[in-house]
Design a protein around this ligand. Structure first.
Ligand code: F6R
Length: 596
């Protein structure tokens, strides 16, 4: 979603901020802009990608050392130049991530006072409020910020103060980076990590400014805050595609490693080794409620099946945006598990808030460091998938699943169940996934067969309902094929009407207790001439009704989603590639969804 970068140094900041902004391209956006102060403030904006901006000005920007840049993912107002950030007037330029919820009333009030608006954005009210205030930004911000409702990360330039870049944040992420005679700010630290690893994760409701040498952070009441500087470990290889054509393919191939790394601090040679605070929470748990969005939600669906079956703990899962508006039923022993690879998803952050207010503990599963979700959670479990650049989640999902599986095992063990077989299978999982990766050529050929497909239905039962959900999400996200997922038993209650010889039906059915039942659904599809792609294991009987059968390596039934997911990711990838699509940055999608 929208990206912010700011840099202040002696001179030539423009090229460097745009380069840093390019590292945020994976977040998804539709317009771009740059503000630079040399002798005066200049603003450059374009619809489209950063390259469009670079090309149209032939990379020639003022030489000043104070610059901010922004990629915008349209919310208020179409992706047009007039709505691109920075919004600027009267020597002030503002870039903004988030949504100002009371924009309409503020706009009306400002218009009554004579303000003239030039864009459809909510951001412009911030600019107009600053202009109306008329004071120095340093003085105006503490007067203006309390008037804003909603979420914002802001970077602000003021021509009168060329040696400072101002910032502010509430509910939207913003990090600062300390360099050698230069300082950075960005909505995601991957923007400036090649330049500096000394970072400050800004707390909620902070504002301040950076200069070449200094960083000043303030609370809303104006009192200063001592910056907490962290050295961020970073592997530059994660930001390179290496031998792969796309980040997504690289990240699919990184999954055995992502799982090994994720398990490394949670398992010991003796068994489970979750941190004490997590175990203490789990010990008290009688009931679980999960909240998450998208792929992370699909991980919670798989978790529900594990935790209910292995540990006998009831578990509800809810899409975070829906959960927010449902009444809470807090009771003793309730644990909320929030899953979010970014830890910045607005809906998920909002979903956990009422639980925290009601003193319900929240355990978060996150992949990034210093994110907003982990900061408000009671305890966290960190996955170690590494930075994921492809917008469609792959390795972070499997890392989430392996972490959640451990949570289910921990609960089972606390309940007196022997989990040694499951632990052994989990330790062997990376090599099972290597086998699936070795099948890429076969899966590619299957994908080529279905490249022209218009519609697809993914079916799975019980633990493979979530596999079907995730398989269909991947296909629709990157190939733009219309894909739906259903619990297989539900098909006859409606979706069966869609089956025809044009419909691709992907059936996930490793040989297990549910095989017979799902075979029934498969025959119903075959009777209506659907094109069946069956994902199963070698123990299953031959299924002549399937157009293609993909035989996956066997693991224990509880873990059979993992090899199936890798195969489905590769399948989606190759279909999208055959269709010539922008796989790492699919249209309209954003990596971190920081708006409602
Ligand atoms: C799908 C995808 C999204 C995210 C969702 C939640 O490939 O990436 O569906 O899973 O936006 O994001 P996080 O996990 O960051 O909360």
């Amino acid at each position: 979603m929208c990206g912010i970068v700011g840099l202040i140094r002696q001179k030539d900041a423009a090229g460097a901020v745009l380069e840093a902004l390019q590292r945020l391209e994976y977040r998804g956006y539709d317009s771009v802009g740059l503000g630079v102060i040399d002798h005066k403030l200049d603003v450059f904006r374009k619809e489209g990608k950063i390259n469009v901006l670079l090309d149209s000005f032939q990379g020639q920007f003022p030489e000043g050392g104070t610059a901010i840049a922004h990629t915008r993912w349209a919310t208020h107002g179409r992706p047009e130049v007039k709505n691109a950030h920075p919004l600027s007037d009267g020597g002030i330029a503002v870039v903004h991530n988030g949504i100002i919820e009371n924009e309409a009333s503020l706009r009306q009030e400002l218009i009554k006072g004579g303000a003239l608006f030039s864009s459809d954005t909510d951001t412009e009210v911030i600019l107009r409020l600053l202009l109306e205030d008329g004071g120095k930004v340093e003085d105006a911000l503490p007067r203006i910020l309390p008037r804003l409702e909603g979420a914002f990360a802001l970077a602000i330039l003021d021509e009168r103060e060329r040696n400072r870049i101002f910032f502010a944040r509430r509910h939207s992420p913003l990090v600062l980076g300390i360099g050698e005679k230069e300082n950075w700010m960005a909505s995601d630290l991957s923007a400036f990590l090649p330049e500096t690893r000394e970072v400050i994760f800004l707390e909620e409701d902070r504002w301040g400014w950076i200069t070449e040498e200094d960083i000043e952070i303030r609370r809303n009441d104006g009192s200063p805050v001592k910056p907490q500087v962290k050295i961020f470990p970073w592997n530059p290889v994660s930001a390179q595609k290496g031998r792969f054509s796309h980040f997504m393919l690289k990240e699919i191939h990184e999954q055995p490693r992502a799982i090994t790394d994720t398990l490394s601090d949670k398992l010991s040679p003796q068994g489970l080794h979750l941190s004490e605070d997590v175990v203490a929470l789990l010990r008290k748990t009688k009931r679980i409620q999960c909240v998450a969005c998208g792929t992370s939600f699909n991980a919670t669906l798989a978790f529900r099946s594990w935790v209910e079956n292995i540990a006998g703990i009831p578990c509800e899962v809810e899409i975070a945006s829906e959960s927010r508006n449902r009444p809470l039923f807090p009771s003793e022993g309730l644990l909320v598990i929030a899953v979010s690879q970014s830890g910045e998803t607005f809906d998920t952050l909002k979903a956990v808030e009422p639980f925290l207010d009601a003193q319900v503990p929240v355990l978060s599963v996150v992949n990034t460091t210093g994110n907003s979700l982990e900061r408000c959670s009671t305890a966290i479990l960190r996955t170690h998938a590494g930075m994921e650049i492809g917008v469609a989640a792959s390795k972070t999902h499997l890392a989430q699943l392996s972490t959640l599986f451990l949570v289910a095992l921990q609960l089972a063990e606390l309940g007196g169940t022997d989990i040694s077989d499951e632990l052994l299978a989990l330790r062997r999982l990376p090599s099972v996934l290597e086998t699936v990766l070795g099948m890429e050529r076969d899966i590619k050929e299957i994908a080529q067969r279905f490249t022209a497909t218009q519609n697809a239905l993914f079916l799975g039962r019980q633990r493979h309902w979530s596999t079907a959900m995730e398989g269909s999400l991947k296909l629709k996200e990157i190939s733009y094929i219309h894909a739906e997922a259903y619990a297989a038993g539900e098909m006859k209650h409606g979706p069966i009407a869609l089956i025809s010889k044009e419909m691709l039906v992907v059936i996930i059915a490793p040989f297990d207790d549910h095989f017979k039942k799902i075979y029934g659904s498969l025959r119903e599809v075959a009777a209506r001439k659907g094109r069946i792609l069956l994902l199963t294991t070698k123990e299953a009987p031959e299924v002549s009704e399937a157009e293609i059968t993909l035989v996956l390596p066997t693991t224990i039934p509880l873990l059979s989603a993992f090899p199936a997911l890798v195969a489905l990711q590769i399948f989606a990838y190759w279909i999208a590639r055959e269709r010539g699509l922008d796989i790492d940055q699919p249209r309209n999608l954003a990596k971190t969804v920081t708006v409602e």
